[in-house]
Ligand binder design. Sequence first.
Ligand code: UD1
Length: 342
Amino acid sequence: MALQILVTGGTGYIGSHTVVELQNAGYKVVIVDDLSNSSIDVLDNIEKITGIKPIFEQLNLVDAERTGALFRKYPDLQAIIHFAASKAVGESVQIPLHYYRNNLVSLMNLLDGQRKYGVANIVFSSSCTVYGQPEVLPVTEQTPRKDAESPYGNTKRISEDILNDSIRAYPELRGIALRYFNPIGAHESALIGELPLGVPQNLVPFITQTAAGLRDELKVFGNDYDTPDGSAIRDYINVVDLAKAHVVAIERLLNKKNKAKYEVFNLGTGEGLSVLQVVKGFEKATGVELNYKIVDRRPGDIEKIWADTTYANQELGWKAEKGLEETLLSAWNWEKRVRGIQ
Ligand code: UD1
């Protein structure tokens, strides 16, 4: 019988790509999502890709009663991948209590449910935001975490602590925190991808919306950083590569291959690219010229970060495979499909 995995936030950007990879690997998926930042149509598109419509429950995990009922409804769950969270940095500064409640209470309710109903394994979506601006690059899993720059970033840091402390205290729990660098791109089918509500805050959705004519111009935030071309550097990882790492993490837990009860992995490519390199890469991959201009730095942005992927590569036997141009083309194909552009 196929093993059953609960994917919270499974209709979201990274969640939906992970559901596809889990189904391709033979797992049965139950999605929980409150649809606050995603659409129910994602389920049909997952079915078009994999031939299987995942089970879906619309629910906010801050509701402890309904979260408990969910565990009772699905007694065969083997593991949880917990994506569901609010993730807009700027918004988190405006409405911090919403962020702390939504991101932390949901995790605690899940952990309560795991203990009460005997679900040992959890994979958690963390972020390289926990490193802040590191002194030494690239960052390894041992690089010290820094004080968060925003309530959103702080929820990731505190969530890691909640997980670590809980897994340490309760013998029945095991978990892996995955620290994502910058996920970009879309499934090659162009049936699922990133669909931000309102004006995109992240670079690649802003690029594709500019190319599609929804935005007049891309603003490149800063060209006076201490980097080769002056624009800020990040480690951009293809979302399908990232999704596959979740399947590997689940298998590691289910097969008890983990070396400690709580483990942390960086998920990136190991290569840092500047904003201008991404802009040029997009133009080259798609043949579309981008209207962009250099403006001031964005407050709160760090200068440069990229991952040391040695530990993830060796321990997980996983490596990001897709290149920048292929990835940017997939993002563009997705944007074109969503906007009905030929
Ligand atoms: C941001 C968050 C990070 C979060 C991640 C989730 C901040 C400071 N960090 O990462 O905590 O985990 O999103 O996806 O917000 N850029 C432009 N023009 C734009 C948009 C972005 O030049 O219109 C630049 C940024 O200045 C940055 C790079 O592109 O140098 C990447 O930006 P973005 O995609 O927003 O990701 P991060 O800021 O790295």
